[in-house]
Design a protein around this ligand. Structure first.
Ligand code: NOJ
Length: 772
């Protein structure tokens, strides 16, 4: 017997599994779980129920409790391991070392009374070892195929090391760039957000829950988190039902339709009711209206937070109200008090029923059964090593970064650079050679040594024929308040870095004077975005603006690469070229060099309106027409009301023309789909990508509708001179919306305008009528 078979035997002889199999009466079910076929719902339920029948209330409460396991805190690690060994934890998060995952799983499967394997969850947001561009970047590719591929790789790496569940994708629509978690989502638009949501769920999960090499996907944070007032993380959210249904809930619906196995509830209150105790959201919408069949987990400590919010009366009450709202598993607060631990006493006191507790336990056990954990609980450490080193994963990361970049400005064809025409380049900026910043936030297992920075990418691309000088120019400022994610030492180290930048700015300027072109990599350090990282400004942090202006003043061609997730305000500075490279990931530098030197042409488009300054936010492109529409651009005394760059905007090294917009039918009945087509021609001399975008505007109806709404898009690669006809279908769903007056989705008999082009300001238009 090979050691692998031995492990399998051990797992299969577990008492829990034997009991479950007897109850379900099907041995073939067990082989299906590992043979690449989904198990039937009946089998899964029978196996779960057979286990539930043997569980004590304490074991049930434990099964639906998830603990943080911080291996860097020995006391906490011991507390968690003790809980788990006593069957008081069904899931752990943050364990990521494959050997540790395996060790803990051995304890669960071999030492606990019912031998139920642990479900390991983790923040696999944009890669595990191979780091993909951040999610907002992938959204900017306007290519759901990229999103799916990136998360397929992330899932493969996660599963190989023993992780079963990714807390992703983040589906929070974000219309306020002060909010640092903008980086984790797909931007401001529900249609683009829904396409990215479904693609990511498919990438994580494969074709069914339990697909080999895949993990459960847990879309988050349900729901409305991105609308926190003032862009302040965790702050309250007040959204009309119309905004919820038509904007904020849409990507979640798409994720549920794509089969997401889990949903994470959000921290904050929505219209006064905390999301984690919100029965309307978690039960009425999610389960009853959408038919969600997976399990709901709280965000970390969010059940206990029902107390913090002044909603629950006690920790015990918090557990009861979260469970009864529709939460199935509590992600317990790190180092803190679990609310679900108190469920057995609430059961004894008659505050919850056995059926309520069992429903939650069943959903968690079903996830474990579908994932095949009873059959294959352990980690193959050798295979994990091979998967993490797979060079194909780096290729996906490079391709994703190339497709994500958005070219915002390119005066006189400053880009692409010509290697032959250049003798020297200076690369300037605090982010130009920072491996840690290049991969962005929400990464823990990357290898900084294998991350290609922009400086390294440029050097490798130009070889020895071109002199490459480098100056960081300035340092990035430290946080003014210590973040909960920073240790005292990290915070102090950040403060200590605050140095006088003047000499380095002068050096950078001198280097620029000597170079043929200056490439500046400016933006925000990765610590300035992500969770608990709101900013009250869109300015370049530190003295970067001064650095930029000083380099531009040399008169040398200046290319600015923005490494950021926010639409930063560069105060009207006019570099020759401006490209948003986001946080491009492990292969970022290689991808950026390929873009700079024209091996590939940029084809990404903005997933949000780029405001002129922070005073304009929120500034969604899909706003309503209001009083005095002709003066809409004059609303501010001191500023135009338009964005600097509109949603959907992005340049290419080639040029494109849209023509021949055809709306198949001038008049359709309600409920009938409308085919629309448009011709896209590459009018330049390079093979390049363009994104054909389709927008609608409903002229009148039960409610007022936005001036434009994205309803279709397709990214195309066209040869010079090539024309392609892009075909869209406007479905009845695309023409429907949730109306406050009827409290339902409606499709009006009305007239629609249709626009097609390469941004939300597309001029080519048509129209059609929907009749009763
Ligand atoms: C809190 C964050 O809001 C959530 O997105 C994350 O998945 C959990 N912490 C676990 O790290």
């Amino acid at each position: 017997m090979t050691s692998k078979n031995k492990l399998r035997r051990k797992a299969l002889t577990g008492a829990a599994l034997a009991a479950a199999l007897t109850a379900s009466g099907t041995a073939s079910a067990q082989s299906k779980a590992t043979s690449g076929m989904p198990l039937s719902d009946e089998v899964v339920r029978a196996r779960a129920d057979a286990l539930i029948a043997q569980m004590t209330p304490e074991e049930k409460a434990g099964q639906i409790t998830q603990y943080f396991d911080f291996t860097d805190s020995p006391e906490e690690a011991k507390r968690v391991t003790d809980e788990m060994a006593a069957s008081r934890a069904g899931s752990l998060l943050f364990v990521h070392d494959p050997a540790e995952l395996d060790r803990l799983q051995h304890i669960a499967v071999e030492k606990t009374r019912l031998k139920i394997p642990l479900l390991f969850g983790y923040d696999v947001i944009h890669g595990l070892r191979t780091i993909m561009p951040v999610p907002i970047a992938v959204a900017a590719s306007w290519d759901p195929g990229v999103a799916q591929q990136a998360q397929t790789v992330a899932a493969r790496e996660a599963r190989a090391v023993g992780i079963h569940w990714a807390f992703a994708p983040n589906l929070d629509i974000a219309r306020d760039p002060r909010w640092g978690r903008l980086i984790e989502g797909a931007g401001e638009d529900p249609y683009l957000g829904s396409a990215m949501a479904a693609a990511q769920v498919r990438g994580f999960q494969g074709s069914y829950i339990g697909s080999p090499g895949h993990v459960i996907s847990g879309p988050k944070h349900f729901a409305g988190y991105g609308a926190s007032i003032g862009g302040r993380d965790y702050d309250e959210v007040n959204l009309s039902d119309s905004e919820l249904w038509n904007v904020y809930l849409k990507p979640f619906k798409a994720a549920v339709d794509a089969g997401a196995g889990n949903i994470m509830s959000a921290y904050m209150g929505v219209n006064g009711v905390p999301a984690t105790g919100n029965r309307w959201l978690l039960t009425d919408v999610l389960r009853k209206t959408w038919g969600f069949r997976g399990f709901v987990v709280t965000d970390a400590g969010a059940a206990h937070d029902l107390l913090t919010h002044g909603f629950a009366a006690s920790n015990e009450d918090a557990g009861v109200r979260a469970l009864q709202a529709g939460v199935d598993m509590e992600m317990a607060p790190p180092f803190g008090i679990s609310a679900f631990k108190t469920l057995p006493q609430s059961l004894a006191a008659g505050k919850i029923t056995t059926a309520q507790l069992d429903d939650a336990v069943r959903r968690v056990l079903e996830a474990k059964i579908r994932m095949g954990l009873f059959e294959k609980p352990y980690v193959d450490l050798q295979a994990a090593k091979r998967v993490l080193a797979d060079p194909a994963h780096r290729e996906v990361a490079r391709m994703a970064a190339e497709r994500s970049a958005v070219l915002l400005r390119n005066e006189g064809g400053a880009l692409p650079l010509s290697r032959r025409a250049l003798k020297s380049i200076v690369v300037i900026g605090p982010l130009a050679d920072s491996a840690r910043d290049t991969v962005g936030p929400w990464v823990f297992d990357q290898d900084d040594k294998e991350t290609v920075t922009v400086l390294a990418g440029i050097k490798a691309e130009v070889g020895s024929g071109v002199k490459v000088a480098y100056s960081p120019g300035v340092t990035l400022p430290a946080r003014v308040n210590k973040s909960i994610f920073q240790s005292d030492e990290q915070f102090a180290a950040g403060k200590a870095r605050n140095v006088d930048d003047t000499p380095e700015i002068q050096r950078a300027v001198a280097l620029a004077k000597d170079a043929d072109v200056a490439v500046l990599v400016l933006g925000e350090g990765q610590i300035m975005v992500g969770e608990n990282a709101s900013r009250s400004s869109l300015d370049l942090p530190g003295r970067q603006q001064e650095l930029l202006d000083a380099v531009i003043a040399t008169g040398k061609p200046v290319v600015v690469l923005l490494m950021s997730a926010r639409p930063l305000d560069i105060k009207g500075s006019k570099p020759a070229a401006l490209m948003d490279i986001w946080y491009p990931g492990t292969q970022g530098g290689t991808a950026v060099a390929n873009l700079l030197f024209g091996k590939v042409s940029p084809g990404g488009k903005l997933p949000y309106n780029w405001p002129r300054n922070i005073g304009q936010v929120p500034l969604p492109y899909a706003h309503l027409t209001t009083h005095q529409p002709k003066t809409v651009e004059e609303r501010y005394w001191n500023e135009s009301n338009t964005p600097l760059y509109p949603f959907g905007y992005g340049l290419s090294y080639s040029t494109f023309a849209f023509s021949n917009l055809k709306v198949d039918k001038a008049k359709v009945a309600r409920g009938v789909a409308v085919p629309v087509s448009v011709d896209v021609r590459n009018t330049g001399s390079r093979k390049a990508d363009e994104v054909a975008q389709l927008y609608i505007h409903q002229r009148y109806g039960t409610a007022a509708r936005p001036v434009r709404e994205l309803k279709g898009f397709e990214r195309l690669t066209l040869e010079p001179g090539e024309t392609r006809t892009v075909r869209f279908t406007l479905s009845p769903d695309d023409l429907s919306y949730w109306a406050a007056s009827t409290r339902s989705f409606v499709q009006d008999a009305t007239t629609f305008d249709v626009y097609a082009g390469n941004s939300s300001t597309a001029a080519l238009g048509g129209s059609f009528e929907v009749a009763d």
